[in-house]
Design a protein around this ligand. Sequence first.
Ligand SMILES: [Zn+2]
Length: 132
Amino acid sequence: MDNCIFCKIRDGKSPAFIVWENEKFLAFLDIFPINPGHIDIIPKEHIDYIFDMNDELYSEIFSIARQLAGPLKKVTEAKKIGITVEGFGVPHVHVHLVPLYKGFELDPNRAKKASEEELAEMCEKIRREISD
Ligand SMILES: [Zn+2]
């Protein structure tokens, strides 16, 4: 889809702090993190609504969420990694993985724009942890 920001990131036409990818999925830092380390996982295929994904993609995205949650929890020293899907901001499936330290933090109203420096540093830490 031409005007979809996540498709542009997938195609390398829009910059992003990519922490992990394979042939079907991409994970990058949300530039408006609810807490530092907030990751969005997307299918490379443009699909708007998560429940329109086929069974295979649907289970894979959640298994990737679990794989990434470990390294993310370690890097951020979060108590838990929260998971959420709304899908109104960008019409391309994205699963949010959010480091959490206490209850009620998983609130989009808490999202604040992070600086390039913060994102670059976090991206590097997470990538290193994943590759270990
Ligand atoms: Zn898209």
